[in-house]
Design a protein around this ligand. Structure first.
Ligand SMILES: Cc1cc2nc3c(=O)[nH]c(=O)nc-3n(C[C@H](O)[C@H](O)[C@H](O)COP(=O)(O)OP(=O)(O)OC[C@H]3O[C@@H](n4cnc5c(N)ncnc54)[C@H](O)[C@@H]3O)c2cc1C
Length: 388
């Protein structure tokens, strides 16, 4: 049996890493247990978008707290994660989508963000490489991108420097609670004792919550991602169709990273999500319509990841109702790269002071005891995934 620590975190993704970082900075003894390696899952495989506009309104306070941390991240971690404040363009090609843009812009402005609404003439002047069938777009200059392959290991290294212990290839197989503390059993490293336990197990977080009798409907999926050969660098902002079909960004080395939707359900019982070739082809067609110069690019690599989705498309964050000292932070529904620093900071508040100034009530696991309003798009995907 390893010695007792204040907090054990299950999961060495970005949420586990930021939680460890903030707790260690606060002087707490913290141990992270990761069954694979740091950033092995969604946190290392994602698209790398740090977008504020277009958020679910319930996420804005958390998102803004997170973005402020990203903005000082390289100073905080002491290394580059290829963070660029590129700005982000939301693109409408149909008239009815322009209303959606207006709606997103209004919500974002309500949270203090500066959003520019650009019509066809302004778009042609500013981004002459864009195709001609674009009706309008919104631009938020505070939106940014970073390299997910670099970010999670960098945060974890910073946490380690502050005293956090990180154990990789260490799967948590059981959790008990005796004499006021958690006993965490692993398959390879014996057991650990802790006063607090953080469930940051990503798409597998629902399994751990269920060990405590807290069941939530979740499914695992990933959007197909691919990258092209390097091409002359022309596209500075990241760009996204407001219909949700395609998102892309060009990195200064010239490669274009693209994500095509809808998501694909992950393989049951495995940590893989396949990328159907048809999705790559259709996303490349859309890319060619938006930026004709990129239409003939060769795709050199495809991948995806395993992300946890909940029916209402917002994560589970906050204290458990079943067990004092247990905190959940999982099921980020495709938004966790951006909000992870905010979640880590909030969990540190809760564990070290018992409360937080950031509103997180909407994310409480108890909402699934009542009627949850399902997000229509994700509910359809849930059904398809159950039917497979
Ligand atoms: C393809 C793709 C693109 C995305 N693009 C974006 C984007 O552009 N912007 C954005 O904001 N978000 C994006 N996301 C979502 C984002 O990547 C995730 O929400 C975020 O990384 C979740 O972090 P996490 O730490 O909760 O999960 P993870 O990174 O999955 O980490 C959880 C960890 O827990 C470990 N674990 C699980 N069970 C156990 C156990 N029993 N014992 C020990 N360890 C365990 C796993 O091995 C894993 O490493 C994307 C996701 C995907 C899949």
């Amino acid at each position: 049996m390893a010695g007792k620590t204040q907090t054990v975190i299950v999961g060495g993704g970005l949420i586990g890493a930021f939680t460890a970082y903030f707790l260690a900075r606060h002087g707490q003894a913290v141990t992270v247990l990761e069954r694979s390696f740091v950033g092995a899952q969604s946190s290392g495989a994602n698209f790398g978008n740090l977008r504020l506009q277009g958020r679910d309104p319930r996420q804005y306070p958390l998102s803004l707290r997170a973005q402020a941390i990203w903005e000082e991240f390289e100073t905080l971690a002491g290394e580059s994660i290829e963070y660029h404040r590129t700005g982000h363009l939301y693109i409408a090609r149909q008239d009815d989508e322009v209303d959606k843009l207006e709606h997103h812009a209004q919500t974002a402005r309500g949270h203090g963000l500066e959003i520019e609404m650009l019509g066809t003439a302004a778009l042609a002047a500013r981004y002459p490489y864009l195709g001609r069938d674009i009706r309008a777009a919104t631009f938020c200059g505070r939106d940014a991108t970073a390299n997910p392959r670099l970010a999670t290991p960098a945060v974890m290294r910073a946490a380690r420097r502050l005293g956090a212990k990180v154990i990789e290839h260490c799967e948590v197989g059981s959790i008990g609670h005796k004499g006021g503390c958690f006993e965490i059993g692993t398959r390879t490293h014996g057991s650990f004792k802790a006063d607090h336990l953080v469930n940051a197990a990503g798409a597998w977080g629902g399994e751990i919550a269920a060990w405590f009798g807290e069941k939530v409907p979740m499914f695992s999926a990933g959007p197909p991602q691919f990258v092209t050969e390097p091409l002359p660098y022309i596209v500075e902002p990241s760009m996204q169709m407001v219909d949700g079909s395609v998102i892309f960004r060009q990195i200064p080395r010239g490669n274009v990273i693209v994500a095509g939707y809808p998501r694909t359900a992950s393989e049951a019982g495995s940590s893989r999500t396949l990328v159907p070739p048809a999705k790559t082809l259709s996303a490349m067609q859309t890319l060619g319509a938006i930026v004709p110069a990129l239409g003939d690019a060769h795709v050199i690599r495809v991948w995806s990841g395993v992300e946890g989705y909940l029916l209402d498309m917002i994560p589970i964050i906050g204290p458990s109702s079943a067990r004092d000292g247990l905190f959940h932070a999982f099921g980020c529904c495709g938004h966790g790269f951006q909000i992870a620093p905010g979640i880590g900071a909030v969990l540190c508040d809760l564990i070290s002071t018992g409360s937080t100034q950031t509103p997180i009530e909407a994310f409480h696991i108890d909402r699934y005891r009542g009627d949850v309003t399902a997000n229509e798009k994700i509910a359809r995907e849930f059904d398809q995934s159950a039917a497979r």
